[in-house]
Design a protein around this ligand. Structure first.
Ligand code: HEC
Length: 114
């Protein structure tokens, strides 16, 4: 009987590893997607904007998105249409920025894998 315990533990940890990791990632993706609803009015439902002067966000690098949003908050990015984004960025917490940046960085990439 004692022999079964280690095997069971190994299986438990294996399944825990296999299941929690993709799930944790998908959870951040869905949370980001929920938080990005307001962004979609300008940046498009699929992260591709239909307005020439509004940028696409789909598949953009996560670190770049975070830096961009922080720069709107600090007003390092200003002038032109940046004022639109400053208001948007002000409403976001660091956690929101992380979740939304994750979502847009995986958008497109994630869909092709599923
Ligand atoms: C009212 C329309 C509008 C909304 C809503 C909006 N944006 Fe924007 N966004 C813009 C415009 C316009 C720009 C270009 C601003 C500029 O010239 O700096 C921009 C730029 C950006 C950039 C910089 C892109 C780059 O390539 O440098 C990021 C990142 C961004 N938006 C993220 C978001 C996120 C995240 C949200 C939702 C929380 C959001 N935006 C909501 C209009 C909008």
């Amino acid at each position: 009987m004692g022999k079964h315990l280690p095997l069971r533990s190994v299986l438990y940890f294996l399944s825990a590893f296999l299941w929690t990791h993709p799930l944790a990632a998908d959870e951040k993706f869905s949370i980001g997607e929920q938080k990005a609803k307001t962004c979609m009015t300008c940046h498009g439902e699929d992260g591709i904007s239909s307005i020439e002067s509004y940028p696409n966000l789909r598949g953009q690098k996560m670190a770049y998105l975070i830096t961009a949003l922080r720069s709107y908050q600090t007003r390092e990015r200003s002038g032109g249409l940046a004022v639109l984004m400053q208001q948007q960025a002000d409403a976001l917490s660091d956690q929101d920025i992380s979740d939304i940046a994750y979502y847009y960085s995986k958008l497109g990439v994630q869909e092709q894998r599923q």
